[in-house]
Design a protein around this ligand. Structure first.
Ligand code: CA
Length: 247
């Protein structure tokens, strides 16, 4: 059992599953999240503002971050942006208060792995965290050999993606989504299938999550190579497929 000592302010008792950083200025929500995560065997460190959250993420190297968007000072999206900028791809799950915050998460291509909208069930949040951590552990695909679709090459073992030779930095969720689609080029996956296989939870979570992540992957592939953007094709009324781009 991995034991973390409580030498840093606010780090809770020993855990077997690793430390989750929760950045939330509403104390009642933070306490509730902490309670559920602790019960489930995670250590929890709580920060109540963005600057403190960013510093804690860098200092404590948590296994995952739960970031409220509306924070005093630096907001949650900025915290995430700065982490990604410094090459830190720790899984991030946003807490959003309103639909327009969801749009910001989506529109800014922040590299979030998931989000939940308030009011949320703490159980649901814990399930999402577990799902993200399952996906990011990378064990099931580690032994697989690299594969290509069109100009996009994906190496499951090293978890790296190249588009026309240019490396593309994807979040772990984005990587898993692309890897899943590229496993069987030309096969059409429904949004529900992708939710189940990539996110590891059932379709009640909402299929928009899939669309959001597909848009992010396309954007990043497109930035690397204009030919790469269209490797993920939308099949209207059905879902998505990874396919050769017709010249
Ligand atoms: Ca808040």
């Amino acid at each position: 059992m991995v034991r973390r000592r409580g030498t840093l302010g606010g780090v809770s008792e020993a855990t077997s599953r690793g430390l989750v950083l929760v950045v939330e200025d509403e104390r009642s929500i933070a306490d509730l999240v902490k309670l559920y995560l602790t019960r489930d065997g995670y250590g929890v460190h709580v920060e109540t503002d963005g600057a403190g959250g960013l510093a804690a993420a860098r200092r404590l190297r948590p296994v995952a971050c739960v970031l409220d968007i509306g924070l005093p000072g630096m907001d949650g999206t900025e915290v995430c942006r700065r982490l990604r900028e410094s090459g830190d791809w720790t899984p991030v799950i946003f807490l959003t208060a309103r639909d327009d915050e969801v749009d910001r998460v989506v529109g800014l291509e922040l590299g979030a792995d998931d989000y939940v909208t308030k009011p949320f069930s703490p159980r649901e949040l814990v399930a999402r965290i577990k799902a993200v951590l399952r996906r990011t552990s990378g064990a099931p695909v580690a032994a697989e050999s690299p594969r290509s679709v069109g100009v996009v090459t994906l190496d499951p073992g090293r978890r790296r993606v190249h588009a026309n030779g240019v490396e593309v930095a994807l979040t772990s969720t984005e990587f898993d989504l692309l890897a899943h689609l590229m496993q069987r080029p030309g096969r059409v996956f429904t949004r529900e299938e992708l939710l189940g296989s990539v996110w590891g939870y059932a379709a009640h979570a909402g299929t928009r999550t899939v669309d959001v992540h597909v848009a992010q992957v396309r954007g990043k592939l497109g930035d690397a190579s204009s030919l790469a953007r269209d490797v993920i094709r939308t099949v209207r009324g059905v879902g998505y497929t990874a396919d050769e781009v017709s010249p």
